[in-house]
Design a protein around this ligand. Structure first.
Ligand SMILES: C[S@@+](CC[C@H](N)C(=O)[O-])C[C@H]1O[C@@H](n2cnc3c(N)ncnc32)[C@H](O)[C@@H]1O
Length: 375
């Protein structure tokens, strides 16, 4: 574990973390301003004393039923930030943000994003998400069109690979997998789930070049396979479909079929986190490893962008998680909840990196390492 965290630190050597972390908070501030501006445009909150029940706010925004959770999360975030008041009769007292104020808030966004090392595609994406929030809420445009324009995956790569937080986390995961491979002769069987744009795959494959591997790159959709095939040429790399929310064996993933499961930024999509971890534990068999990366706090900036990808489908708009998040509107389990869930699923929580008191932990992205125990 020590080697993994040292490798993570070396991936961000020279970065002025306190400065960078303060910049990351600027993204959350912009998100709050954008939420307030979008709600203010409905004119519903023009009378500061007048409370509005949630249903009235849904109607004013004309939010699509499947995105109602996002709107409720905004109401929660604005209330937490003191920009809205919640009372028994509804919400009132929205801190109204004008178009000019929002523009001022976003003026240095490009610079902020640049200094967080996301690259130019990211600021364009964030600005267009903010500009299209009413249409996104109404489901008139999809976030996918803003994120993956013309098969260009550069924004997704910025989010999952290039920036400072991802560099740390991906290097930790890669070093761990190299450590697990050790000096074995038989191929290390890795099942990556939700591999997507392969932000983590890239570092992991680079760390495994001197080890025989059978690497199954999977996702719920084939969409990403073409780009991955062009990018990766590792011997033993295969592709397959895998949905963490459907019966594993029914999809051809039998108990013991992998030595390591790797899951980066996908397990928060588990309808029931405990059941999915339990299934993954069976896939790796006794002594196998489940290594996963997840965001473990609410990032306001995600609430005005990536969370649109996490809403239920239009044909089941009120679907909810069935685990401890049910009825809470939360998406991302906290660090302690993941650790408890691993334990209940028969995974000894070997580590969760970075440690909670390390400065980089303020990004709230962690690598969780679980070892299958007999269950
Ligand atoms: C946030 S992206 C992370 C991509 C990649 N792991 C990375 O870090 O670069 C989440 C990925 O999980 C996939 N995904 C979403 N729901 C899933 C499910 N139920 N089963 C498997 N994969 C899923 C998405 O298609 C997407 O590629």
């Amino acid at each position: 574990m020590r080697r993994a965290s040292t490798a993570g630190e070396s991936a961000i050597r020279g970065v002025d973390l306190p400065v960078v972390l303060a910049l990351a908070e600027r993204l959350d501030e912009v998100a709050l301003q954008a939420m307030a501006y979008t709600l203010g445009r409905t004119k519903l909150f023009d009378l500061p004393e007048q409370p509005h029940p949630v249903d009235e706010i849904y109607a004013a925004v004309r939010v699509a039923p499947r995105h109602r959770r996002i709107l409720r999360r905004w109401l929660w975030a604005l209330t937490q930030a003191g920009m809205l008041t919640a009372g028994p009769a509804g919400y009132n007292g929205l801190h109204l943000v004008s178009a000019a104020e929002l523009e001022r808030a976003t003026i240095d966004l490009e610079d902020v994003v640049d200094r967080l090392e996301y690259g130019p595609a990211m600021s364009h994406f964030l600005l267009s998400s903010v500009a299209y929030l009413p249409e996104l809420l109404r489901d008139e445009i999809s976030l996918q069109t803003l994120l993956f324009s013309e098969d260009d995956l550069s924004v997704a790569e910025a989010v999952y690979r290039k920036n400072i937080g991802s560099r740390y986390i991906n290097r930790v995961a890669a070093t761990l997998l190299r450590g697990i491979a050790g000096s074995r002769r038989a191929p290390l069987r890795v099942l990556e789930v939700g591999a997507g744009v392969g932000g983590t795959t890239q570092d992991v494959l680079a760390a495994l070049t001197d080890v025989p591997t059978d690497y199954l790159f999977t996702d719920v959709s084939r969409f990403f396979f073409t780009a991955a095939r062009q990018r990766f040429s590792h011997p033993g790399l295969r592709y397959g479909l895998f949905d963490i929310n459907h019966d594993f064996a029914g999809q051809g993933y039998q108990p013991g079929c992998a030595d390591v499961v790797l899951a980066a930024n996908v397990l928060h999509n588990a309808v029931h986190a405990g059941r999915v971890l339990n299934g993954l534990r069976q896939i790796v068999g006794p002594d196998g490893w489940v290594v996963f990366i997840d965001t473990s706090r609410d990032h306001l900036q995600l609430m005005t962008s990536m969370e649109f990808l996490m809403s239920p489908p239009a044909n089941d708009p009120h679907a909810d998680f069935t685990d401890f998040r049910r009825g809470t509107d939360r998406i991302f389990p906290h660090r302690s909840e993941w650790i408890e869930t691993m334990q209940s699923a028969g995974l000894a929580p070997v580590a969760a990196l970075p440690g909670p008191s390390e400065p980089i932990a303020r990004f709230a992205q962690f690598v969780y390492i679980g070892r299958a125990t007999a269950h």
